[in-house]
Each structure stands twice: as C-alpha cells, then as structure tokens.
Design a protein around this ligand. Sequence first.
Ligand code: MN
Ligand code: MN
Length: 461
Amino acid sequence: MTKKKNLEYEPKSAWKVYSSGKDIKAMDTMAANYLKFLSECKTERLVMDYVRKRVEKAGFVDDLRAPLAFRFNRNKTCFLARKGRRPLSEGFRLVGAHCDCPRLDLKQRPLYEDTDICLAQTHYYGGIRKYQWLTIPLALHGTVVQKDGKEITICIGEDPKDPVFTITDLLPHLAYKEVVKKVSDAFDAEKLNLVFGQSPVVNGKNDDEDIKEPVKRKVLEILNKRYGIDESDFFSAEMQAVPAGPARFVGLDQSIIGGYGQDDRSSVFCALEAMLEEPEPEYAQIVLFWDKEEIGSEGATGAKSYFFEYCMEELAEAWEPGARLSKIFMNGSALSADVSAAMDPDHKDVYEPLNAARLGYGPCFNKFTGHRGKVGANDAHPDYIAWLRRIFDDAGIPWHMSELGKVDAGGGGTVAKFLAVYGMDVIDVGVPVLSMHSPFELASKADIYACTLAFREFLKN
Ligand code: MN
Ligand code: MN
C-alpha cells in the first residue's frame, strides 16, 4: 500500500532537519562566528567596519564598474554587488537588512552634575521598553568630529578592564508610589541618565578657579586626556550607550544565542555569509545594509534615501549600458531581511499560535507587516511566495510563515515597502527573536544556520 499524501502542513523543526554531525559542526562554527560578530559590532559604524574587512578580503572593490563592487555611505550604510551570468535587466537577487538597533544616544549637551554625581542625559533611539535599560552595564561607543575635521572614535566599556556606565533605578523600599503606576507613566525618558563619575577635581590644584561642577570637570578632564575633546565637541558627535560585554550562549544545551542587536544584525550576518559563499550567481546579487530603520528609515543613510537608486544607476551604466533602470527594478527579487517576534511562552496571549513565529523552525516569512488591518504593509505576491517555497523546499531548508502577533495587539514595519515601490518582488524574512529590542535578545542557533542557508539558496537561484 502506498503511503497517503500528506494534505496537512506542519512546520519542520530546524533541529531535526540539521541533526547530522556535519550540520551540527557547521552550525556550531557559524554560531561561534556569530557571537564574535555581535560582540564586536555594537553600532552601525562597527558593522560597516566588519563588512568592509570581509568584502575586501573577498575581492570586492570600491568601484561600481567592477564585477565585485561595494559602496559605503557615511560608514553607516552600504551597497554590495556581484555580477551574475545574466544581464542585469533580466533581474537581480537582493537581500536588504538594517544594521541600526535601539539604544540610548547621548544628547548633544549631555553632561551635568547633581548630588555630587556627574551624569549624561540621553535621548533613546528606536522603540525601547525603558525599564529594561536600567541598572545594567552599558558601554559607550561614538564618533566625535572636531571643528578642524579630526574624527575621534570613542569606545569605553567593552574591554573587561574598562569602566562601564549605568542608569540607576529606585529601590523597592521607596517604590511604593511607583509600582502602582502604569508602565507607560512609570519610566520617564528624562530619567534615563548615565552615571559618568563621582569624584571631584581636587581643590588646591585648581585654587584660582571657581569650579561650579567639580565632578563634571573631572569627567571632562578625563575625556580630554583620553580623547582630546571638550564639552562643545559633543555637538558634533554621535554617542551611543549600548549593553556592555559580549554576546553569550543561553541554555544548558547552548542552543540559544543571547546578545544585543540581533534585530537586525542577525540578518546582516546571515546575508553577508550567504553572499560570500555563493560566488557564481545566475543573476546579479545585491546586498544592502541600511541605517535608521528603527526610526522609520529616514535620513540620507536610511532605506527611504536614494542611495540604493544611485548605486543601481551606476551599476547599470557600467554593466549594461543603455538598459532601462525601470526594467531592471521591475525584474528584481528581494528579501527584506528582518527578524520577527518568536512566540514567547510567558506571553502567549499576544500571539496567535497558528500564525506565530517559533524559535527553532528556521527563518520565518512575513507576507505582510504593518498594523491593524495591514496598514503600512508591503504584501508579498503569491507567485513570488510560490517560487520561494519551491526553492527552499527543494533545498530542504526549514522555514515557516508567520505574523507578528494578534491582529489588534500591535504592529511594526520594515524596509520591505521601500523596495516594493520600485516594482520588484519583496517579502520579509528573518530569524524569530525573543525579547526583541531589549538589551539581551535571543535567537536560536539552528535558525541562524537555516536562515544563512536560505539566503544562499535565494542568492544563487
Ligand atoms: Mn528590524
Ligand atoms: Mn526593530
């Protein structure tokens, strides 16, 4: 008797698909590299430094006429391209991800002294749950550009010998009033101030000066000694406070990767690995890493900017002179590589289980994003999804289809719609993540592996 064809669908566990010794070894190697990448790349600029190193080693050059080309924009966003066997006008395969993450930016005039403590004021970047950023060690990364154009890179708190920064919180003994407040009222953005120091400049040495804020002065003296900067240099600086220290394995089985910035640096990692592993594509490969997604893809380095278009214009001129840009765009296929929310066993009430992303089932595809009635969503076309189903199923890659959460529970957007305006096919895909936008996000080791293989399959097909 022949076995009946399965009419029902069940997602496949990536752990079961990748249970061979060879896969496990490859998965572990990849996880180790991923941990290193997350620990090293705490800002979009650091991601760019990492990407530049990797692509230069692989033979990419800063010239869009070359068959292996890159273009960086203000060291916060980049465009990578590899020529395919077919002409550009027949289409391209694009994977786009964002390299910016929620964090606490220093205000342009951050430093002040209160109660003999020097503090630095912040303005949070992206969607954070403020209480998650209190009483944890934070590192400070930044770029200062002085009036003469001198650029200074700041990094304090990543080396175990470095001091860190932190934001204080109320002790439970005195929080009786606070604990009955709504979460949205209880945490004030103006109280997200980083502790910068507590010791004053010692009088005697500065006898002739009337220093109003001696603790702040001490902090400024240290900054000046270490970096040659003064208070006004913060005006032309971008300083970010991010969770200090390396990414770690989570769980006794080390199956989960815990670390800051996996939304969306997991996609950056998977896309870069995939591109470097597929050197002979049928169609041109394009990989884009954008900045500013977390604040709406605005600005000259966000996905709403014309940077991508400018790069494509140059590419077309060099690779296929005379080809119409509109034709090239319309024939393109893209993955908007971004994480989605994995169903959290402690918060199941905001998920709809049948359509929720699950940790350990490979990358999840979101046909649409948006909120309340798909508002603001790109909605991927069925013929495109059918093609993707075929290539991933043929390659035996575990993947699943998902929605962010319950229909009216909330929502979110990605860069997908900014690619869709060109007429290309695009769908959202990425690894499922727990505790998204927190200082310590979780992703499954198996999903990182499966997602990289999925991107490879996409880029070579
Ligand atoms: Mn994202
Ligand atoms: Mn996000």
